[in-house]
Design a protein around this ligand. Structure first.
Ligand SMILES: Cc1cc2nc3c(=O)[nH]c(=O)nc-3n(C[C@H](O)[C@H](O)[C@H](O)COP(=O)(O)OP(=O)(O)OC[C@H]3O[C@@H](n4cnc5c(N)ncnc54)[C@H](O)[C@@H]3O)c2cc1C
Ligand code: FES
Ligand code: FES
Length: 480
């Protein structure tokens, strides 16, 4: 039994946990406002709000319902356009802004934009024009043109700044951006009995296969996933944390990219976090995409995989016992760089899942570079990340020696690549043009790109060369 709140209605359903939220709202609840476009997470026509109790408050995020299994709706508030429309037929401020700025023509995409912008108003992030436009980075419109939609988004900035006393949700209720019934959702989620997917102890699960955010699985195998007996790890609270100690940062495997963006620890350790993570998918996908999902998908161009390879991260693999006999899960640790054995071949058994990720904080500099066919909402042609420790710590133009180095590269081999020889070479070298030039030669011996739709072999070799140089331009202002 899966239980959640859909708009203002409590839902209890025995449907398969792999059934998508999109098909549930449209075909089981006849809520046809949510549209079907690509069914691959790209267009945003199916965007819904997902409210979850976090630290006693309901926090809303957008998700693409086409990739969201019902299991991941358990214990949450799912909101479609019908759940925010005013009963008297008037438009909400968000809808009115789109009308005023001529932000809609055929209307097919409009519901998705309204949901994303409504979430922007609910959210407590700064209400800048940049953030307003970012909020719709997962929505595609094929006929209106984006300038009018962007104007509508920016218009909401002035209107949705939370007051000093009220939080984002209270403000949005007061301004009728969302209806009054949102006030009771906190209480209703609290009293709703614990859903199966939530708080389930890892020791009691014997999964045949795992699903987390579903953003890879539901694109690759949508039909199979509906009836797959997959264990959802997305809401397991034991897998959703970010902890810092003196030397390490430890994360639960189900941390999503947005959690990193909102983490104080990550913002402190990675000063360009927003700039870099903006290059990863779109807002709704970042709200769903887990780190473990990215690692296990084993795409050679996985962005978070490149990121954590360059942190020389360790992963913890857990294996639940075959029966719920109270024994603790069996665990073992492995370096992420040793996890990839060949194309989509992993150093793990089918019943092992990633439970934790850990990396040392002993770097002084970190950079991430990604080139795609288009800047946003695209997968990489080539990506790379680097973490360095330089002594004395190098600021722009300073002369320092690299004492620790880890470099990764994606899109240049059948697996996400940790550049072992290059990393080794950099240790003990001065940060200089000569070091970069010598490292280039070593990199070329470590990679084996193939020509495909993302570029010819030689182009990818050249691209990685340029991106590796870009690390040093960004970090130390060393010009090539
Ligand atoms: C529109 C769109 C844009 C995207 N853009 C990007 C992008 O820019 N960069 C990028 O890197 N990726 C991108 N992706 C891919 C995807 O979002 C990421 O790979 C994401 O991190 C996958 O995580 P998930 O939780 O959704 O994985 P799922 O789909 O839930 O799972 C993926 C795989 O991981 C396994 N798995 C999940 N959790 C665990 C676990 N804890 N232990 C063991 N196995 C596990 C599953 O069994 C499955 O094999 C995009 C996807 C879409 C749909
Ligand atoms: S239908 Fe296109 S993102 Fe879901
Ligand atoms: S208004 Fe037609 S697709 Fe956006």
């Amino acid at each position: 039994m899966i239980r959640f709140i859909l708009n203002n209605q409590t839902i209890e359903t025995e449907l398969p946990k792999g059934f998508t939220v999109l098909d549930f709202v449209r075909y089981r609840k006849n809520l046809k406002g949510t549209k079907i476009g690509c069914r691959e997470g790209d267009c945003g026509a199916c965007t819904v709000l997902v409210g979850e109790l976090i630290d006693k408050k309901v926090k809303y995020r957008t998700q693409t319902s086409c990739l969201m299994p019902l299991a991941n709706a358990a214990g949450k508030h799912i909101v479609t356009i019908e759940g925010i429309n005013k009963e008297n037929g008037e438009l909400t401020e968000v809808q009115q802004a789109l009308v005023d700025e001529s932000g809609t023509q055929c209307g097919f995409c409009t519901v998705g934009f309204v949901m994303s912008l409504t979430n922007f108003c609910l959210d407590e992030t700064p209400k800048t024009n940049e953030m307003a436009v970012s909020a719709i980075d997962g929505n595609i419109c094929r006929c209106t043109g984006y300038k009018s939609i962007e104007r509508a988004a920016m218009k909401l900035c002035d209107k949705s700044e939370p007051s000093a006393v009220a939080d984002g949700l209270s403000c949005a209720i007061e301004k009728e951006i969302v209806p009054e019934y949102f006030k009771d959702i906190n209480f209703r989620l609290k009293v709703m009995s614990e859903p199966a997917a939530l708080n389930r102890s890892l020791q009691q699960t014997v999964p045949t296969r795992f699903v987390s955010g579903g953003t890879d699985l539901y694109v690759q195998r949508p039909e199979v996933m509906v009836h797959a007996e997959a264990e959802s790890l997305f809401d397991n609270t034991e897998l959703r944390f970010i902890k810092e100690s003196d030397d390490f940062v430890e994360l639960g495997a189900s941390v999503v990219v947005t959690d990193l963006l909102e983490s104080e620890v990550f913002n402190r350790l990675f000063p360009n976090l927003y700039k870099h993570l903006k290059l990863v998918s779109s807002t709704p996908i970042r709200n769903m995409a887990t780190l473990a999902g990215n690692f296990v998908n084993a795409s050679p161009i996985g962005d978070m995989t490149a990121w954590f390879l360059a942190l020389n991260a360790q992963i913890e693999l857990s294996k639940p016992p075959a029966s719920a006999d109270g024994r603790t899960a069996q665990t073992r640790n492995i370096a992420l760089k040793d996890f990839y054995l060949g194309y989509k071949q992993l150093a793990k058994s089918d019943d092992e899942f990633i439970s934790k990720i850990r990396f040392r904080k002993n770097f002084t500099n970190f950079n991430f570079e990604k080139v795609c066919k288009r800047t946003y909402l695209d997968i990489a042609s080539v990506n790379t990340a680097i973490s360095l420790r330089s002594e004395p710590p190098a600021s722009a133009g300073g002369s320092s020696v690299i004492t620790k180095a880890h470099v990764s590269a994606g899109g240049v081999a059948p697996i996400p690549l940790y550049l072992r020889k290059t990393s080794e070479f950099l240790r003990g070298r001065e940060i200089s043009q000569e070091t970069i030039a010598e490292a280039h030669e070593i990199i070329q011996t470590e990679i084996a790109p193939i020509s495909d739709v993302r570029g010819a072999e030689n182009y990818k070799r050249l691209l990685l060369r340029q991106l590796f140089t870009a690390h040093f331009v960004e970090l130390f202002n060393i010009k090539p």
